[in-house]
Design a protein around this ligand. Structure first.
Ligand code: TXA
Ligand code: MG
Length: 354
């Protein structure tokens, strides 16, 4: 049973949100209710970060395991002191360069932040989003806002208000509709609490950009099987998954596309419904034979493909296919985040056709 009677949706100007609307949403946050709001990465499902009961509602609404910690969102660097303690100088250096933006820092948790936000850990993940609506909401609420991505657990993240409504209708009080999220992939999660800074999740701020500030940066290999006890629960392999079984194909573009055409023909002979996700330039080659194809954007534009990825996963799912085929993209820059999300959407079904 949900505590929400009926979800209220308000359109907001993503650049200059009307204060009246922000005040309604901020009041809901202060009352311990859930508000979904746009950020530059994906939509967040927000609650008062200082209120364990409000935070518990996030887990319930998303059907998220309480072992998976949540990011706390702030509107100024100064607010960092309220949510974290023993903040290293490196955090301020990174904040000066990358905030507001798609970088989440894992730090030591302050007492003000209840333990359930961090799934019982002594750390807290913190981010200042680069979105006027998100920051206006945090400022008007006068509190840090805990917010995971606003999707049902293990589904593709929500990059539009329509996605939020689809997953969370009547489980979220207020949805602020500020249009499509600009980046479309979640933030980079960087842990600063260990002996060496380590990326726990690649995201909107690239590894290459971070290495200019942190030359000894480490990256955690995080593709674990779902039944393993995850060190950071975000590591669970099953994540961002469409209903259909997605296969991620690795190799030379020509080879992969030939494999995809042959394989989809063979599967269809067996009565398996196949859908294909392909860049614009390659999509036509798969059309015909009645195979549903969703175009991902131009293949040279990884940012564009990242922007639409979750929406396209949801779109192809609606076509009721059993199997989805997609090729891998180069892993540099934003490509690292794309690769990560696709491996997870594929639940490890990665086929090397070489
Ligand atoms: O871009 C984003 O990060 C979006 C927007 C809404 O800010 N949020 C988001 O939240 O993607 P979520 O909950 O879907 O993913 C948060 C990730 C998870 O992988 C979680 O395990 C990790 O951050 N995380 C959160 N707190 C952590 C902590 N204290 N230690 C280690 N990992 C943590
Ligand atoms: Mg998420």
């Amino acid at each position: 049973m949900s505590y929400v009677t009926r979800t209220r949706i308000y359109p907001v100007d993503p650049h200059q949100p009307a204060p009246g609307i922000i005040d309604i949403a901020a009041q809901a946050i202060r009352d311990g209710r859930l508000v979904a709001f746009p950020t530059e990465t994906v939509y967040g499902l927000g609650a008062k970060a200082t209120d364990a009961d409000a935070v518990a509602r996030i887990f319930a609404a998303k059907q998220r395991p309480t072992t998976d910690p949540i990011i706390v969102h702030i509107a100024s660097v100064a607010a960092l002191e309220g949510v974290a303690v023993d903040v290293p100088a490196l955090a301020y250096t990174l904040a000066a360069q990358f905030w507001p933006g798609a970088l989440t820092l894992v730090l030591r948790r302050a007492d003000l932040i209840p333990a359930n936000v961090s799934a019982g850990r002594t750390t807290v993940a913190v981010r200042m989003p680069d979105h006027s609506v998100a920051r206006a909401l945090i400022e008007a609420a006068g509190l840090p806002i805990a917010a995971p991505s606003a999707n049902t657990f293990s589904r593709p993240s929500a990059t539009t208000a329509a996605h939020v409504l689809h997953d969370l209708e009547d489980h979220v009080d207020v949805i602020l509709n500020g249009g499509a999220a600009r980046i479309g992939l979640e933030s980079t999660v960087l842990d600063l609490t260990g002996s060496v800074p380590i990326i726990l999740r690649p995201g909107g701020v690239t590894l290459e950009a971070l290495r200019t500030v942190i030359p000894n940066l480490q990256v955690r290999e995080r593709f674990r099987a779902a039944d393993e006890t995850a060190d950071s629960p975000g590591e669970l392999l099953r994540h961002y998954a469409p209903n259909a079984a997605l296969y991620l194909l690795v190799g030379d573009v020509e080879q992969v596309n030939r494999y995809m055409r042959d394989h989809s023909a063979a599967l269809r002979l067996q009565g398996v419904r196949v859908g294909i996700l392909a860049p614009d330039e390659e999509a036509d080659a798969f059309r015909g034979d009645g195979v549903p194809v969703v175009a991902l954007g131009s293949r040279g534009d990884l940012a564009g493909i990242g922007h639409g990825l979750f929406a396209h996963l949801r779109e192809i799912d609606r076509l009721n296919v059993d199997v989805i085929l997609i090729r891998a993209f180069p892993r540099e820059g934003l490509g690292a985040a794309l690769w990560d999300r696709l491996v997870r959407a594929a639940e490890g079904r990665v086929i090397d056709v070489r």
